[in-house]
Each structure stands twice: as C-alpha cells, then as structure tokens.
Design a binder for this molecule. Structure first.
Ligand code: PEP
Ligand code: MN
Length: 333
C-alpha cells in the first residue's frame, strides 16, 4: 500500500503517521520529494482500514498495490485451482456442465429431467429446493423434501447435485449435497459465507446483480479465509439499464476473473438472459471466452414450470447445445 501525504504537511505530522503505522507492525519507507511525501508500507496491510487513513487530514490519497483478496488472487497462487466434485473436475482445462430445473417440483419432474440431462451429457444436476423468490406469494420451493428428491436423483443417475442454501440454519440438510450454491441475493451474506468457509465442500458462488468484480472476489475471500478453498465462481448477469433481457451477461467478467483469480469461473446463461432463445448463443460465447463450465436450467415442460420457465431449455434443446459446446471447446483449445 502506498500513502500519498498532502503537500506542505509538517514533518512532525508525517512522523506521527509513520509511528501509527509502525505500531501496526508495518515497515514504512518514506520518500520525500520536492512536492510530495510518499509512504510505502511493507507487511500485511489487509487489516488496515482504508477509510480511516483516507479520512486523516494529512492524507491526499492511498493506493493498494496488492489485491485485498489474498487467498483468491492469482498473484499468490498462479496455477488454476481445480475443484473436484466427487470426481467431476471444474477448472484448469476441465469444463463442466451443470443442468437441471430451476426448482425441484415433484419426484416425477426431477427424476425425468435428471435422467434426460445425464443422458445428454450433463456432468452435474441442479435444482433449487429453497427458492429466493421476489414475491412471497410465489412458489418458495419444496424445502427439505426437495433435497431428499435431489439425493434420490443422485443415487439413480450418479450425478453430483448442486442446490442453493439461503439460511445457515439449514446447513445440516446439505450434508450430502455435493455443491452448495450461494445465490446472487446472498453473495454478500457474510455470516453465511463465513459458515461455508468452515466446510470442506465445494461452494458455487454466484455474482450479485449489482456487485463489482472486486466485491465478488472479496465474497469468495470470505469463504477461503475460513479454510475452504473449493470455490467455483459463477457470472450470472448483472443489472444494467437494459430491460429487454432479464439481466446483462457480463462476459468480459469471465476473462477479467480468469486473470485476477485462480478459481474456476462458470457462466449461468439462463438467469443472465431470462429467455430460452438466447441461452445457446451465450453458452457458446462463454465457452469461447474461457469459462470453465455452465449452469443451465432445463425443464421437461417449460410452459408449466413453477419457476423460470421462459428461460428453461427442453431436454432436447439441451442435448443440441451440449454438442455445439463441445465443438466450440475443441475449436478454441
Ligand atoms: C438459481 O440458480 O436458481 C438462482 C436463483 O440464481 P441467481 O441466484 O443467480 O438468481
Ligand atoms: Mn432459476
């Protein structure tokens, strides 16, 4: 971190600041220029409160040189992390596709969809049991029963299951869930993130719809700081001025994230677009942009889905897309 001291600050005031910093176990390299004094801090600055320093009368500006997300940063971990989900690898050249319904609706619906997506090349099964709905009057998910149905589908198909947690109190129900999803609305539920950091289980962390890339990585850092390094990031569209589509897919974030972090990055083209017709092109674009996987909503009868039907693919549409994704992956290899 570098602190730029205001022009014409007295030497004694600068020395006070230096002393304050040294008391925090930092070494301070003072460079006195003709117009400005610059303090270069050496040591662990991660616990320094930037706002406190900025608010000091003698401080002109402050710049971080190192990333505030030490565990997630590629600077400290140059090789790609490969998250292993019961044998299904994500990251480091391993592309994984998660498919299944937005929400678990019934045993028939889930078991049929699970078998179809398995047959058509999905690597994992998704399905929400606890649904974060905008309206309290909308279908809220089957809850614990939904998780039981997912576990049954896992037993039959052998596909690892991915499902969203909303309340840390539900954690015991997720004991046999392979990947715990943190949805966009909970990306900054820090108490939840801290609890997930204590587990030794893969976490699928979705980007909040108004979150910057740095905020997204800081949320991953919360999980990693607790000791759980099995984090898969998911770009799922952000909120912009555009209203034609449900969200705006920030595909550029995939490339930026791949540069900033060693964690695998997947894309959710279903929530990013909100319209089934655009799921295939955005999936192909994601594969071309270097994503490590996709999470796609598939429903056997989208017109009658209890949640997110308009963005759901039919199993046959998913089959067609899977074939095309493989061609793009081969082309960009
Ligand atoms: C979901 O995957 O079902 C979901 C609710 O996604 P998001 O949190 O990205 O809106
Ligand atoms: Mn959904």
């Amino acid at each position: 971190m570098v602190i730029i001291v205001k022009h014409r600050t007295g030497e004694a005031q600068v020395d006070n600041l230096v002393k304050w910093l040294e008391d925090k176990n930092l070494r301070v390299q003072k460079t006195v220029g003709e117009f400005q004094t610059i303090l270069g801090l050496i040591g662990d600055t991660s616990k320094l409160d930037e706002d406190v320093i900025r608010s000091m009368g003698i401080v002109e500006d402050l710049r971080r040189i190192q990333k505030p997300y030490k565990n997630a940063s590629r600077d400290f971990h140059p090789d790609d992390t490969i998250v292993d989900v019961n044998g299904v690898k994500v990251g480091g050249g391993n592309f994984a596709i998660i498919a299944g319904p937005c929400s678990v609706e019934s045993e028939e619906q889930l078991s049929f969809t699970a078998e179809q997506v398995k047959e058509f090349g999905a690597d994992m099964l998704r399905g929400g049991a606890f649904k974060p709905r905008t309206s309290p009057y909308s279908f809220q998910g089957m809850g614990e029963e939904g998780i039981q149905l997912l576990l049954k589908a896992k037993e039959v198909t052998g596909l690892p299951i991915v499902t969203e947690i909303m309340d840390p109190e539900h954690l015991p129900l997720f004991k046999n869930v392979d990947v715990i999803q943190v949805g966009a609305r909970n990306m900054q539920n820090f108490e939840l993130l801290k609890k997930l950091g204590k587990l030794n289980k893969p976490i699928l962390l979705k980007r909040g719809f108004s979150s910057t890339i740095e905020e997204f990585l800081m949320s991953a850092e919360y999980i990693m700081a607790g000791g759980n390094g099995n984090v898969i990031l998911c770009e799922r569209g952000i909120r912009t001025f555009e209203t034609y589509t449900r969200n705006t897919l920030d595909l550029l974030a995939v490339s930026v994230l791949k540069q900033l972090t060693h964690l695998p990055v997947i894309v959710d083209p279903s929530h990013a677009t909100g319209i089934a017709q655009y799921v295939a092109p955005m999936s192909l674009a994601s594969a071309a942009a270097g994503a490590d996987g996709l999470i796609i909503e598939v429903h056997h009868d989208p017109a009658h889905a209890l949640c997110d039907g308009p963005q759901s693919l039919t199993p046959l549409q998913f089959k067609e897309l899977r074939g095309k994704v493989d061609k793009v992956l081969a082309a960009v290899k």
